[in-house]
Design a protein around this ligand. Structure first.
Ligand code: MIC
Ligand code: SF4
Length: 762
């Protein structure tokens, strides 16, 4: 299969014809109707299915796929490119892009913040840009926009397969693309010409009926779904939307829903092709692609038999009636704490959440489209007509330069500013903790509300006492006018008026003249970049070349210390926090100092600390310091996790840092998908307890032996011995999900070692 993506109309038609032919061929073999996700996966298989693969056992069999594009952002992209450089490949094998969005701090507003970021991060931006030029990758300058918004505008293709080094890559599912968030290691495999090795997913069907009314928005669909599925409910699954309700949602609205599917853990989420996608492709000047997709619509939706009897084809089926969907608000601290806005007043009273809002923020890759800003501006206009302004600091982030320019022309930006909005750069900003908060309330427990997708403690401002709530941009804008968390803007009289109630927002989905698509900020690479040098200063504290991880020796599998036992939620933000640490994402040794800073350890009382068991009388120390000591003394160690360990981001740093500090295995009740893969890629063994209650038997001073790893085999449990400090021992069985390829990575010490070895041998 041709891996490059077409550029003109004829090629797009050929692309879909080839897609169709491959789907038909597989359908004949499988002898059953197919869902949309299955079609896209099958159209991108590296090889035809053999006899053994044919049942395609969901969750159990691994397949090799050919993604057509790789998207990276500036913080995960650094590590991905450093790894790519160590493969010695001259140029990337598939179209790829790097987007400068995460490093830009939000301080005073775009005018000052953007130049400041360009200055502060010059070294990293230069590294990324020259690496892009050398290896043939599109580079999107700071200010061009948030990765997922830019990909949606320029690169997303209905029916295509994309991987991105960011967990919200499924955003492109709003345009019918199968878009999967991965760690940098997976990206490097594909950039170097290899396949994506993926567990065949289970399928969740979500049937949408009816039509959104009034205040209700696409955000409320995903917030409702978060309540239904929880933060683990989508793990190992693709969520496929279908039903008459889909066509009433715009493409960017659909993208809001698929984007935030990362929060229930799904491999990805996607929508079938429809008129709304056609309109978006045309508005973003991709008429030829739109025409070709339109003609081949049957390829870009589930088969009729599936739609007629979905329960027979999806592993789980959920239905949401859009007509009755109320606006929702979720939080704090977890995106699945979901409730309708009408229940918020009671929640505030019962849980004693601080009722006075400290800030309201709209934007992020989830909710920063032209339509989103339009609906927020519709609220702002009503307020300013009454002489009202936001009662709290109110921040506005457009998703891209295209969105910004188009929204500016429509008057949305001025309307939001008139209400008191501070315009931030087209970037992640406060969503990833790049927020220099100066308000007094930040010092103690305080409530903030945003239209973002994540609300883990400390996420936005680095302060775990901040309670972060999520809602649609229009709801956040309205709440900024009330200044209270318990308000219900649908019904309550606006403060400062006697009887004025906000009317439901109305705004165009897309501008009639199309989006401003001048691709400002895109730097395309030269045809031959071989003479370009990628410079890494030897004494830099931002970037460092990578040394290969040595495979673990037999002796490292006995007598391992337990560094910590995580209690409750342990996200990648707990394992490798973002915010100020983002600047060290290209320097493994430096960033290792943030390892496990947020982990709540059941052996100690302060987050991020543990006991050095070789110095039992010493007080608790930072976990990263203990790990460094163990490493210096060549003492192997393991980490123990609770459920959904590693939830959240795709950052492979959360696996590479522990590996760098000497971790050999992580034992958990369960893992989040991307983190589990990142552990495997780094050469750490991820194991789950066969009995979840075995988690309880591990104590502070225990030592662990992992047995029989020389004969490690797929689907075979691994035995471990937990030797307690009183001389007794527990013999446990653990499960693993390594495929044969992943076992080869494990023996090689990492997937990168395996890749370079394979390349050298060929
Ligand atoms: C996030 O939203 O947590 C991030 C920052 O975009 C991450 C990627 C990262 O850690 O760099 C993600 O979601 O994958
Ligand atoms: Fe950026 Fe936030 Fe989206 Fe992550 S979730 S890509 S930090 S805007």
């Amino acid at each position: 299969m041709d891996k490059a993506l077409p550029t003109n109309k004829q090629d797009w038609t050929a692309f879909y014809q080839q897609f169709d032919a491959r789907v038909r061929q597989h359908k004949q073999q499988l002898k059953r109707p197919l869902t949309l996700a299955e079609k896209i996966l099958l159209a991108h298989m590296q090889q035809p299915l053999d006899e053994e693969d044919r049942p395609l056992r969901r969750g159990r069999c691994y397949v090799n796929l050919w993604p057509r594009r790789v998207a990276m952002q500036d913080v995960t992209g650094q590590m991905a490119l450093l790894q790519f450089m160590s493969t010695q490949q001259p140029r990337v094998a598939v179209p790829a892009s790097v987007h400068c969005d995460h490093l830009i701090e939000a301080r005073a507003g775009v005018q000052a913040d953007l130049p400041a970021a360009c200055k502060n991060h010059e070294e990293v931006y230069t590294f990324l840009k020259t690496a892009c030029q050398k290896y043939g990758i599109d580079f999107w300058e700071p200010g061009s926009g948030i990765i997922h918004q830019v990909v949606l505008e320029h690169a997303a293709v209905p029916g295509g397969l994309l991987i991105g080094t960011d967990s919200h890559t499924p955003n492109a599912g709003g345009l019918g693309m199968l878009a999967i968030g991965v760690g940098g290691g997976d990206a490097v495999d594909v950039l170097a010409g290899g396949p994506l090795n993926l567990a065949w997913p289970r399928l969740i069907g979500v049937q949408l009926t009816g039509q959104l009314q009034g205040w209700s928005s696409p955000k409320d669909v995903i917030l409702k779904l978060m309540g239904l599925l929880g933060v683990r409910g989508g793990t190992g699954c693709i969520v496929e939307f279908f039903g008459s309700g889909c066509s009433s949602l715009s493409a960017t609205g659909k993208a809001t829903i698929t984007n935030m599917g990362a929060e229930h853990g799904a491999t990805t989420s996607l929508f079938p092709y429809d008129e709304a996608m056609n309109n978006y492709l045309c508005a973003t000047q991709r008429h030829e692609l739109a025409q070709a997709a339109q003609q081949m619509q049957h390829c870009l939706r589930a088969d009729d038999e599936v739609l007629q009897d979905p329960a027979n084809y999806y592993d789980q089926l959920l239905c949401i009636d859009l007509s009755n969907l109320e606006p929702h608000i979720v939080g704090p601290h977890s995106p699945d704490l979901s409730r309708p806005i009408t229940a918020m007043q009671q929640a505030v009273a019962q849980q004693q959440y601080p009722d006075t809002l400290a800030a309201a923020l709209i934007g992020s890759c989830t909710n920063s489209s032209y339509e989103d800003l339009g609906r927020a501006a519709a609220i702002a206009k009503q307020a300013t007509a009454l002489g009202l302004r936001a009662k709290v600091p109110f921040y506005v982030t457009p998703g891209s330069q295209s969105v910004y320019e188009t929204a500016q022309q429509a008057g949305y930006i001025d309307a939001l500013k008139a209400m008191g909005g501070v315009l931030l750069s087209n970037a992640c900003g406060p969503c990833i903790g790049q927020w220099h908060r100066t308000d007094q309330q930040a010092a103690g427990p305080n409530s903030i509300v945003s239209s973002y997708n994540r609300n883990f403690p400390g996420r936005n401002d680095g302060k775990s006492h901040t309670l972060s709530f999520l809602a649609s941009p229009e709801m956040v804008t309205a709440m900024a006018l009330f200044g209270r968390l318990s308000c219900n803007p649908l019904q309550q009289t606006l403060p400062g008026t006697t009887n004025k109630v906000l009317q439901p927002p109305q705004a165009d989905v897309l501008p009639t003249t199309g989006m401003h698509m001048n691709a400002q900020g895109r730097v395309t690479p030269p045809a031959d970049g071989s003479s370009i040098t990628v410079h890494i200063a030897p004494n830099s504290n931002r970037l460092a070349s990578l040394a290969a991880f040595a495979p673990c020796s037999d002796s490292q599998w006995s007598n391992c210390c337990v560094l910590f036992k995580a209690k409750g939620k342990c996200t990648t933000d707990h394992i490798s926090p973002a915010g100020k640490w983002l600047q060290y994402r290209g320097h493994l040794d430096k960033i290792a100092d943030n390892t496990y800073l947020g982990v709540v350890n059941s052996f100690t009382t302060t987050a991020g600390t543990g006991i050095d068991i070789t110095q039992p009388n010493e007080p608790a120390q930072l976990l990263c310091s203990i790990a460094r000591r163990y490493k210096a003394r060549q003492i192997p160690w393991v980490a123990v996790g609770d459920t959904n360990f590693g939830e959240g981001s795709s950052r492979e740093h959360a696996a590479m840092q522990p590996r760098y500090l000497g971790c050999v295995a992580v034992l958990a009740r369960s893992f989040a998908r991307i983190h589990e893969t990142n552990l495997k890629k780094s050469g750490i063994l991820p194991l789950t307890f066969t009995q979840e209650s075995d988690y309880n038997c591990i104590g502070t001073f225990d030592r662990i032996d992992v047995l029989g790893l020389d004969t490690l085999a797929t689907s075979q449990p691994v035995r471990i011995v937990v030797r307690h400090s009183d001389g007794s021992a527990d013999h446990l069985q653990c499960n693993h999900t390594l495929s044969p390829l992943q076992i080869a990575w494990f023996h090689a010490g990492s997937s990168l070692n395996y890749l370079t070895r394979q390349a050298a041998a060929s």
